[in-house]
Each structure stands twice: as structure tokens, then as C-alpha cells.
Design a protein around this ligand. Structure first.
Ligand code: PLP
Length: 426
């Protein structure tokens, strides 16, 4: 944190006293035998309950025999639902799959490795180097896919309005080994930022040195506002089309955090050329997706307006949880200049930034109190946070009372980790 903090002018003796005091408070929390988990962004039971009506829907009457093989691109009704949500012009630009968009992202990359990005393109596995740009902090699972497949990851600073576009343009437009960029343009995981109109327009006007470069636009949180007037996101697909560059886009979305994380459906949105090529490969992989679940979702959620109405119910459950975290941080760390945290308008996460070099120690101290947090470094490629400062808070699953306790305990750990670190240096 730039500037002075509450401990900056403390003498060694004062710091020792503070350490003693904090250690006593830490001991009091330890005696409570807490068992609180803020590691993964999963919906809570009350959120899952919101979709139980979906299981009672009569699935007849759509005109398609959804029980049989076939329908490789997904049912028309579910493609139409995602078309409306994602702002595509035609269902020809939409393919609907099973429950996991992450699996579709993984498949897009492994397909590029094995067969290339389009007919006739060189498979990446035949190249010396393949690089992806990774706005940081970001989603650990995106980075795991790259690491697993031997793709070199380059950190790109994620500013409050999106990735550092000067750096993105410099690398994408000059280096043919740069084949992709990960983007979570709305309510990014974990910072919860939404890319500005200017950033989206610059992304949509890239002139990649590689003709098989793609923007991996993971719109996991496109409908996930936790404030009444959520963030506005400029339509990247429309912007790319204006520039004649629609082939640069793979956009992904799913209903994992709309209906059931374990039983939703997901979509790929892309230009017709990409969809044709990808479907020709998926044809080898499967004879068709789960059309029963796709139909259930289309009948239950209907369209973008239906999804928005459903997400308003999620908002009622989630808003108090996000508020509890912000309140806890403000009460315990406000005015200390020891930490900063995000207060997003949507998504599933809050980012806490502790003093450089203190994230690992803070998380270890919290674990000692029974407060489980995402491991330090997880939000960076190769699990290496260069500043050891970012902690991802996932507030959706625990009840508010647990969150309040966990955040109070965590704030003690932040202070103790910092004071210990400072004493080491004096
Ligand atoms: N993308 C992002 C940014 C996520 O945060 C998550 C889950 O946390 C996913 C994708 C997973 O999506 P799915 O359940 O559709 O595989």
C-alpha cells in the first residue's frame, strides 16, 4: 500500500507490544475452534433452491424430440436463449453444450494444440512456443489449462477499467507466438472489475501478428449483478463485427451460477467460420449434447429478461453477504492503510490486497484459526503473485454470520502478519 500506515511510525518496542496484543486476540479466535470456508466461489443452498421449479417443468411441446441422439449445436430454444443473453445476431453463432464452460474452453485450446485453430492452420503442438496473455489477478483455472498444456503465460496488469491495453496491443500486434488472451470482461474473477467501453473497443481493434490468435472472452458473470444497476459492458462481438474482425472471438458463458453449478448448460458464441470449424471437430467427439437439460433451461429461463429476473433473486441472497465482507473490512482495516479491497457491483468475488509480502503469511495464520482461504498466489499464472499481496475472498457460500466472524478473524491475521514481517526487518 503506498503511503504511511498505522504502524509506519511505531518503534520496535511499540511493534512488540502490538504483536503481543494481536497474538492474544489471535489466541481468543483460536479457542473458538472455527471451521469457516471462503475458498471457492460456489452458490449457496438458498441460491440452488431458486431453480428447483425447473425440475418440475413439462418438457413436451417444443417440437423437437429431445430424447434422441443428434442436435450437435444444441437445441434451437437454448441457442436462442444464449443468443439473446450474449447479444449475438443469429443462433448460427451459438453452440450449446453440457454443464461446464471451462471444459469447452479447455477443448478449444487442446483442439488448437492438436489440429490448429482453423482448417489448414499449424497445430500449436508443432510450434516452438505458444503464449497467452493473462490479465492479473485472474481466474486460477484459466491459468491451470495453460500450464497443463505447456503454454507460456505473460502477466498483463489488470487496471480498474480492464487489461493494460498498451501492453496487450504491443504484444499481440507484434509477436506471432501470442495466440490468445484470457478475458473475464464483466465482474472479473477475482477483482470484480468490468472492462470499459474504451478497453473493449481497443480489444476489438487488435491486429494480431498471429492469424490464429483468439480472444478467450469468458463471460461467466454477464448476468450476475449484485447491485440494482449493474455495470454496463460494451458488446465486444458487435464491435469486432464493425471492424470485420469477428473471427477473433471465442465467447463463453454458462448457467452454472444462474441455475445449478452441477447441472447447468453452457454456450460458445463465435463467428460462423469458427462455429463451423469447431462443430466439425465436436462431431467426432460426441453425437449430441444433453438436450433434455438444455430444453429445461430454455423453458425455465426463457430469454435475457427471464435470466435478469431470476438473477434479481440471487441478488437478494448475495448482496447481504458482499455487504458483510465490506463492512468487516471497513470496521477492522478502514483508515489503517494496511489493506485495500474491492467492492464490486457483481460477480462472485472480492479481492483483498494486503501489504506486499504478507498474503501467504496472512492465509497461513487464517488457516491456523480454521478460516480457509484460496491459497496465496492462486490468482496468478504459475501460482506466483509477484507482490505476495492478493487474497481472493469468495463470499457466496457461507452464511452472513460465518462471514462476519471469518472477516473479523482474517483482519487480525492481516495485522499480525504485517507486524511480524516488520519486526523481522527492523
Ligand atoms: N469462468 C470463470 C471466470 C469462473 O469464475 C468460473 C467458476 O468459478 C468458471 C468459468 C466455471 O464455469 P463453468 O461452471 O461453466 O465451467
Amino acid at each position: 500500500m503506498p503511503g504511511k500506515n498505522i504502524y509506519s511510525d511505531f518503534s520496535r518496542e511499540q511493534l512488540c507490544e502490538e504483536q503481543q496484543k494481536l497474538t492474544e486476540i489471535y489466541g481468543e479466535y483460536k479457542a473458538k475452534n472455527l471451521k469457516l470456508n471462503m475458498t471457492r466461489g460456489v452458490p449457496c443452498k438458498e441460491q440452488l433452491d431458486l431453480s428447483d421449479e425447473m425440475l418440475k417443468i413439462d418438457l413436451g411441446g417444443t417440437g423437437e424430440d429431445i430424447r434422441n441422439y443428434g442436435g450437435l449445436l444444441g437445441t434451437d430454444s437454448s441457442r436462442e436463449m444464449f443468443r439473446d443473453l450474449l447479444g449475438a445476431e443469429s443462433i448460427d453463432e451459438i453452440m450449446v453444450f453440457g454443464n461446464s464452460s471451462l471444459a469447452v474452453m479447455h477443448d478449444c485450446i487442446t483442439r488448437s494444440m492438436l489440429f490448429g485453430v482453423y482448417d489448414g492452420a499449424t497445430p500449436w503442438s508443432k510450434l516452438d512456443k505458444v503464449k497467452f496473455l493473462c490479465p492479473v489477478p485472474g481466474y486460477d483455472r484459466h491459468f491451470s489449462i495453460c500450464e497443463y498444456l505447456g503454454i507460456e503465460m505473460i502477466n498483463i496488469k489488470l487496471n480498474p477499467d480492464g487489461p493494460d491495453m498498451d501492453e496487450v496491443e504491443r504484444l499481440v500486434n507484434s509477436d506471432p507466438s501470442v495466440k490468445g488472451i484470457w478475458c473475464v470482461p464483466k465482474y472479473s474473477n477475482p477483482d470484480g472489475i468490468t472492462y470499459s467501453d474504451a478497453v473493449i473497443k481497443r480489444l476489438a481493434n487488435l491486429s494480431p501478428a498471429a492469424d490464429d490468435f483468439r480472444i478467450y472472452c469468458d463471460n461467466a458473470y454477464i448476468a450476475h449483478d449484485i447491485t440494482e444497476n449493474g455495470d454496463e459492458l460494451t458488446d465486444i462481438f458487435a464491435e469486432l463485427k464493425k471492424n470485420g474482425k469477428e473471427d477473433l472471438l471465442y465467447m463463453f458463458a454458462s448457467t452454472s451460477k444462474i441455475t445449478y453449478a452441477g447441472g447447468g448448460i453452457c454456450a460458445l458464441c463465435a463467428g460462423a467460420k469458427n462455429i463451423n470449424y469447431i462443430s466439425s471437430k465436436v462431431f467426432i467427439q460426441t453425437i449430441g449434447p444433453d438436450k433434455i437439460n438444455q430444453t429445461r433451461h430454455a423453458l425455465f429461463l426463457k430469454d435475457k429478461a427471464g435470466i435478469k429476473a431470476h438473477m434479481a433473486k440471487h441478488r437478494e441472497i448475495l448482496k447481504p453477504k458482499f455487504d458483510a465482507v465490506a463492512r468487516g473490512f471497513t470496521q477492522n482495516l478502514g483508515g489503517t492503510n494496511l489493506a485495500r479491497w474491492t467492492e464490486p457491483n457483481g460477480g462472485y468475488f472480492i479481492s483483498l490486497y494486503v501489504p506486499d509480502g504478507c498474503a501467504k503469511e496472512t492465509i497461513a495464520l487464517a488457516a491456523g484459526l480454521g478460516v480457509a482461504l484460496t491459497p496465496a498466489g492462486s490468482t496468478y499464472p504459475y501460482k506466483k503473485d509477484p507482490d505476495d499481496a492478493n487474497i481472493r475472498i469468495a463470499p457466496t457460500f457461507p452464511p452472513v454470520s460465518d462471514l462476519e466472524l471469518a472477516i473479523d478473524a482474517l483482519c487480525v491475521c492481516v495485522k499480525l502478519a504485517y507486524v511480524r514481517d516488520k519486526l523481522k526487518l527492523i
